[in-house]
Design a protein around this ligand. Structure first.
Ligand code: FEO
Length: 173
């Protein structure tokens, strides 16, 4: 049993995870159009991870007897000048998610909602990895600047990313 207020906050965040998935799917498409198949792969994997995050929230809420709501989603951007810009937008977005996760955790602590605190722990840890991955790629992209060969090397590295569903994940799409 979770409070109505907690359910609303978690439902709002669930929709933000869905927005994240959509945003990364479009970024994958943009990278593909730039000729960067490796980066397209990286963002497609990211999309799949976000769908897992979305489903984790969905499953937690429904397991708690909450009927979720999904409002019409807002359009996601689909115009970027470079892979560096895409990665910078990605980091900014993940920093927003981290901040939301901290707010949710704080609310769960204030409500003495131990189940939700435990549920959120996985996401709090996950955000460290997400931001770190983005910072790493931004640093490399800044190093190579406009050098096409350098960008293609990073693209090759991004091609290596594979989707690994977390243990016990509710959905492996
Ligand atoms: Fe679901 Fe990228 O945080």
């Amino acid at each position: 049993m979770i409070s109505k207020k907690m359910a609303e906050s978690l439902n709002a965040h669930m929709n933000l995870e869905l927005f994240s998935a959509n945003m990364y799917l479009v970024m994958s498409s943009c990278c593909n159009e730039m000729g960067l198949k490796g980066a397209a792969n990286w963002f497609f994997v990211q999309y799949r991870e976000e769908m897992i995050h979305f489903m984790k929230f969905y499953t937690y809420l429904t397991d708690q007897g909450v009927v979720v709501s999904i409002p019409a989603s807002k359009a996601v951007p689909n115009k970027y000048k470079s892979l560096l810009e895409i990665m910078q937008k990605t980091l900014t977005h993940e920093q927003l998610i981290t901040s939301c996760m901290n707010n949710l955790s704080e609310q769960a602590v204030q409500e003495k909602d131990h189940a939700t605190q435990i549920f959120l722990q996985w996401f709090v840890t996950e955000q460290i990895e997400e931001e770190n991955n983005d910072r790493d790629l931004i640093a490399k992209l800044k190093l190579v600047g406009d050098n096409g060969q350098g960008i293609l090397m990073i693209d090759g590295e991004m091609a290596q990313r594979i989707f690994v569903p977390p243990v016990g994940s509710p959905l492996a799409v």
